[in-house]
Design a protein around this ligand. Structure first.
Ligand SMILES: Cc1ncc(COP(=O)(O)O)c(C=O)c1O
Length: 340
């Protein structure tokens, strides 16, 4: 019965599986596939397994016996490529190494070398707008649970072309019913993002942009790949504390930049404080904060409008601060890419 159903789904009786006797035949097939793609989305990858930068997308692969692949024993992070710079690269790298330490992964290189590889990779990619995503893994070795048979940790990175713009439209969100991660796993950016994926899919199923986790005590946590921030009717900017969620580089930067609006008298204060979901629902304004946005106004939560249901003025003022910082912020935040 099961076989019959499978046949019906696949619409075939059986398949003849290709055997590639040599790598050149396999490569030929992969090149055929990539040659039909109009624009290659991944201009460059680095792999410590290969010991260099790969420009051929057909070779952008990682070993199947890598502990990150079959056991989820890996951590990752991202940095934005914008205006010929890598934005907040050092902040992301520091969090990356904190995540690795919590996952008991020792980097094959010190931070300065990881940084240099990412800069050289981005330069080689010639990408002017996009992201560089990178992973530290316990490394290839065997298929066991213990990483004892994985002698050397691995570092992988890939550049992805992306055309992002400042978000000016408000979105709908829902409260996630997918259980949130425990603090140990939520505070390290490890590759086990299944709860995050399911939370995003749940939102999409309900016609929302994304979701928000609320913890067992009713406090706001975060979104599946973003932090959350609120503006109260008293004009206070409030971000939930980072002890049980990912400490977002963008949220931390927002906390540094927002006092400018306090100086201008537009905001009353800037606070990091846990907020109950029922209080937050009555906020004047609400937003997602994360490096690929960097700020996204939220206008409706669980089908109820936030404030007047329109994109908030202070939300956009905060968004302008972050956007300006990406374009022309301090040099230490924008690492110039030495394109050749
Ligand atoms: C679970 C989670 N929370 C928050 C964030 C926002 O962090 P950042 O601003 O560093 O992108 C991310 C993104 O990486 C995330 O995955």
């Amino acid at each position: 019965m099961a076989e019959k159903i499978l046949d019906e789904i696949q619409g075939v009786e059986d398949v003849k599986v290709d055997v590639f006797p040599s790598s050149s035949e396999l490569l030929e097939k992969l090149h055929e596939k990539w040659n039909t793609v109009k624009a290659k989305p991944y201009p460059a990858m680095y792999s410590s397994s290969f010991g260099g930068i790969i420009l051929d997308p057909a070779m952008m692969v990682i070993p199947i016996d890598d502990h990150m692949v079959h056991r989820g024993h890996g951590v990752f992070d991202t940095a934005i490529i914008f205006n010929a710079c890598l934005y907040e690269l050092d902040e992301h790298l520091e969090r990356f190494l904190r995540s690795a330490s919590k996952a008991r992964i020792t980097s094959p290189f010190p931070k300065s070398i990881l940084r240099s590889i990412l800069i050289q990779l981005t330069a080689a990619s010639n990408c002017k707008k996009g992201t560089v995503r990178y992973w530290l893994s316990a490394g290839p070795g065997d298929f066991l649970l213990s990483p004892a048979g994985c002698p050397k940790s691995a570092f992988y990175a890939v550049v992805i072309e992306d055309d992002f713009h400042q978000c000016k439209e408000g979105v709908k969100v829902i409260t996630s019913t997918i259980p949130m991660k425990s603090p140990l796993f939520a505070t390290m950016k490890n590759v086990n993002y299944l709860p995050n994926v399911l939370a995003k899919m749940e939102a999409e199923d309900k016609g929302a942009e994304s979701s928000i986790w609320v913890d067992e005590e009713g406090y706001i946590a975060e979104g599946p790949n973003v932090n959350v921030a609120f503006i109260t009717h008293e004009k206070e900017l409030v971000l939930p504390a980072f002890d049980k969620i990912l400490s977002g580089c963008t949220a931390l930067r927002l906390l540094e930049l927002a006092p400018e609006l306090v100086k201008q008298g537009r905001l009353k204060s800037v606070k990091v404080e846990n907020v109950k979901a029922d209080e937050a629902e009555g906020s004047a304004e609400m937003m997602y904060v994360g490096s690929i946005l960097p700020l996204l106004p939220i206008v409706m939560w669980d089908e109820k409008p936030i404030g007047d249901g329109k994109v908030g003025e202070l939300t956009m003022a905060l968004s302008d601060l972050l956007w300006e910082d990406m374009i022309a912020g301090p040099e230490a935040k924008r690492i110039e890419i030495p394109y050749v």
